[in-house]
Design a protein around this ligand. Structure first.
Ligand SMILES: [Zn+2]
Length: 139
């Protein structure tokens, strides 16, 4: 069975309040699906991390993410950024990339709009699903 724990992260037990927090993360995942991206089912755990600066965690290529209550309580754009960041780790297995707004190790001071974040996510999606335009070139 899949290990549902991440080092240093305390999973909250499900109750009405945690369910509501989790729903906010699930809604973002649905938004991606509604934008014509076929992503796998993702395990979402809500809780808190020993390191209070951590907003989320993911296990590479394992379709499981951990999001802190702190991340959910911040603001919509920041949560959107956190969730997309963790999804790229867990779905595509990507590591951090300081040149990428979405995959920097730390959250950027100025976060782009949700549309722009989704656009970056789509680039990863296309790349890892071999949907790049390059593939269609005949050389
Ligand atoms: Zn990360």
């Amino acid at each position: 069975m899949k290990n549902k724990n991440a080092k240093g992260f305390k999973n909250f037990k499900m109750n009405d309040e945690v369910y509501k927090l989790r729903k906010k993360v699930i809604n973002i995942i649905y938004e991606i699906k509604n934008n014509n991206m076929n992503i796998p089912r993702i395990d979402v755990r809500i809780g808190e991390d020993k390191n209070c600066n951590i907003l989320g965690k993911a296990r590479l290529k394992d379709n499981i993410i951990w999001i802190t209550k702190t991340a959910i309580d911040r603001n919509e754009k920041s949560l959107y950024h956190t969730v997309l960041h963790e999804l790229i780790h867990t779905i595509f297995g990507c590591e951090h990339n300081e040149k990428c707004h979405l995959m920097k190790a730390c959250e950027p001071k100025e976060i782009l709009s949700k549309d722009k974040l989704l656009e970056i996510f789509r680039k990863y999606y296309n790349k890892y699903n071999n949907l790049t335009n390059k593939q269609m070139e005949v050389a």
